[in-house]
Design a protein around this ligand. Sequence first.
Ligand SMILES: NC(=O)c1ccc[n+]([C@@H]2O[C@H](COP(=O)([O-])OP(=O)(O)OC[C@H]3O[C@@H](n4cnc5c(N)ncnc54)[C@H](O)[C@@H]3O)[C@@H](O)[C@H]2O)c1
Length: 296
Amino acid sequence: MFPKLCRPLSSINFRTVKCFCKPRQLNKYYNIIARANSSASSSFLCDKNVIFVAGLGDIGLDTSKELLKRDLKNLVILDRIDKPELVCELKELNPKTKVTFMPYDVTVPIAESKKLLKKIFDKLKCVDILINGAGILDDHKIEATIAVNYTGLVNTTTAIMDFWDIRKGGPGGIICNIGSVTGFNPITQVPVYSGSKAAVVNFTSSLAKLAHITGVTAYTVNPGITRTSLVAKFNSWLDVEPDVAELLLEHPTQSTKECAASFVKAIEKNKNGGLWFLDQGILEDIKWDKHWDPCI
Ligand SMILES: NC(=O)c1ccc[n+]([C@@H]2O[C@H](COP(=O)([O-])OP(=O)(O)OC[C@H]3O[C@@H](n4cnc5c(N)ncnc54)[C@H](O)[C@@H]3O)[C@@H](O)[C@H]2O)c1
């Protein structure tokens, strides 16, 4: 049985003694990762319960609308901004999907995140996908940038592990993190923001490689420059380029609708470890060069 399972799945650590002791659990790893790497299906999101952190932002709102076309069962939007009119608009889009809004600031202590998630899990019983999309862009605000873009995302991810981790009897789950093209190559004038997004990309690739232990798969969606309020005006680090926003927007960009369409396509691909590049309406799976391997 083991060699048979082993063949298609090089990512499973078969040296783990526990795996040999618990073939059922191994089967569970197999199913979770195989499911994650199965090919795209347009019905993949149908009947799923999705939590979307920052689902009311500019990219967030259009992505929420695109998600609602897929007949989710529940879309739970967690955001710092409370815009009831937008939530009402979303609620009216598809009667098959229950849309709920709950206020959430990703910079709260992790215990608060767990409390909020418990409320959601108590109500929905299961959650299939967590999208982490909170972000700010202002390189005058160093601590806030790291707190929102990176620590907040890591904390929310860590908090949901209490409910998902298969070692705790959970069912596994899927994490979709919003990185950025600046996580691949920085906008040098905003190194704090770019660094926070590189951290998101790096953190998420570890999560993907830990999926055989946790049962939780992960990937990033990395938009190119998308016309939103985030990039309309922002401060560069130490004011190295006062006109950074204007200069950036002189180059090709994409609309939030184009970004949202690619975003949901990437979710439907459900590829563990996917590094999705979403630029100018195109979706591409980036190959990351390996320069070092810890060999453990
Ligand atoms: N616009 C772009 O060119 C671009 C490119 C790559 C990545 N991104 C990323 O996409 C995401 C959405 O950005 P956007 O362009 O739509 O900008 P936006 O400002 O419209 O959206 C940012 C979202 O993050 C939320 N947020 C901010 N601080 C928060 C906090 N403390 N707690 C909870 N939520 C918080 C906001 O309420 C909003 O929903 C961000 O992560 C951003 O970094 C944007």
